[in-house]
Write a protein that binds this ligand. Sequence first.
Ligand code: ADP
Ligand code: ZN
Ligand code: ZN
Length: 734
Amino acid sequence: MNSELILKVAVPVPLSRLFDYLGPLRGAVPAAGSRVIVSFGRGKQVGLVVATGTSSSIDRARLKRVESVLDDAPLLPAETLWLLQFTSDYYHHPIGEVAAATMPALLRQGRALYPSQERLFASASALPDDIERLSRRAPKQAELLSRLLDAGEHGVDTDTLSRGLPNWRRAAQGLMQKGLIEVVDAPLNDAASDILAATPGPSLNAAQLSAVEKVNAHAGFTVSLLDGVTGSGKTEVYLRLIEKTLEQGAQVLVLVPEIGLTPQLVKRFRDRLGFEPALLHSSLGDSERLEAWRRARSNDARLLVGTRSAIFTPMPKLGLIIVDEEHDQSLKQQEGLLYSARDLAIARAKHRDIPIVLGSATPTLEMQKHCIDDNYQHLILPTRAGGAKPPRMHIVDISPETGEDGIGEVLATEIRKHLAGGGQVLLFLNRRGFAPTLICPGCGELAECRRCDARMTVHVRAQRLRCHHCGASRPLDELCSNCGSGMRALGAGTERLEDTLSRRFPEYSVTRIDSDSMQGKGAMHDALTAATLGDADILVGTQMLSKGHHFPKLTLVGVINADQGLFGTDFRADERMAQSIIQVAGRAGREQEQGEVLIQTAFPAHPFWRRLVESGYAGVSADALKEREATHWPPYSRLALIRSSAHKQSDAHRFLDEARQKILKIASSAIRVLGPVDAVMARKAGRYRAQLLLQTDDRQALHALLTELRPMLEAARDARKVRWSIDVDPIALF
Ligand code: ADP
Ligand code: ZN
Ligand code: ZN
């Protein structure tokens, strides 16, 4: 009998299965965790060996051999293979696509883990005298040789040379002809990290100490929810836990939201710990990403700070995971592989049997419920560290008098008072552009997106109308195409607010921070640095302003239009609104000054506001939890959403109608099937969208159903006409 091992290979195609191949004719059989090139269909793919076995459902004689093996030793350790499989099983996403989506791009493309690179060395016969001799007739050669002699036996790689000596190649040719230098193709090595001086932090207050002790009290897997207002010293608690883990020789992974990874945070880690943490985030280039990944994998990087996909990084000595701002929606990937980095972090910590700490000033109801049920420990930091006072919140009625510009008289008076007192003011409006609506007063014509069921936003600076849903844009028409009247911009976005403030407070500087004004690398950093130094008297911005940064002089926060979430359609609308208000309020008065927060609303009598002012986020979320229990929404039930979209509305619906039929045949009665219905925005970017919601108390039954359903959907007749996805634990129902 043929005992040759069969490779179970994950191939990046939308099919929920592994593919069997035989190993190469010559050479060793690649172990699980190694990449291979396989022929697939008419092309070639980079696949990942996830297991080896002795049997196949396909006749051995018909099995293909892998074309080549890319990794001599497994690229991914067993733990990462486990995580990929878990992700694939939990989110019902094909394993091959999971593997590809979670690997650094260069590895996914089949590049080597340590790409080899040319290095230049001075030859043994080269002497300092040669530099002298060359310096008059060939100064470039002299310069290059001098560098290489300085570098000694390590030599210099070509990237470094290109940065420092733009035309080094010609000089190198000359030197090579003279036999003074050598070029060697060597595998790239990561530079060792520099050790800097570590600075000690403040001594912890009682609540912080107790939090640290409770996390350290158990050796293995525990989940701790570190619940503390902005400025309560959560980061100090993280640092203490990180230090201890590093002392034990283990690695630490810190996950942060997309905008949370600020230079301020990184500097604080560096200053306190005395070395540069490895970073993984979206604005890195492919080689930089690979380097950080590689350094974490080799245990060279002891601390990795990254945004959501960093959760998939192999870390052989991982001893602690921290998820900062666990409530932040950017921790959930919203396209392609739909996963929650926070939830995977918890699963990974459990699998490794290590502690995980989730921090937030506004913890999600899901995590709070786990604390109530005693699955997780709730660690509360009740006050601001260092004695700073919490901000005072006020609700202001804007219904009677606020005009187009969005700033009522009460807020205007407060702004004037705080500015006169030398304070800084932040105005929060979660709507960019000049105005959300352009309308014709003559005939009522609205400027709408041609590809979405949505209005175009007016952008006056750019003189364009833009759709914030699909990115479409067109010139801003001044006159109605229908009746020729002049069009009018209704409502206020951050651009208009900026204009209003400049007009009403001409003696003060206004800085707008949103994704329109912060284009280009470094723009955000520069603006925030200026704002931190107090150079901007008035800051106007979106959500972007409410995270990560603190402004020492900030004493007043104004929420321009707080009503956006009050009557939202999503069951999480009130939780979300409370989170964004509390987060932005947390910017006020962090140091010496007590801050004020003014919330403008057209519904000042709404009980939500009383509760928020009187008992803060804890009060609002306790109410929301009761309501969720009564209405049976998460965390009191589990959801999965099947979405489809197509150019024809009927195609999108038919796919889900058929899915519904299949589900009704195979699902247990524990699962409620709601829909299909149109998505809240039924047409987006020219595609019609529909959805089918599954709700249950029985998580196992839901997973069993989805496991059976997914291959059926993959095989469905219409599967290629529509784009479809399964979203387990969706964070938004549209
Ligand atoms: P959070 O992460 O909860 O927003 P930080 O850890 O950033 O809070 O702390 C807020 C500020 O208070 C920082 O400037 C920090 O240095 C300071 N701080 C934190 N803990 C203490 C402490 N125990 N004593 C004095 N200052 C502290
Ligand atoms: Zn008109
Ligand atoms: Zn659009």
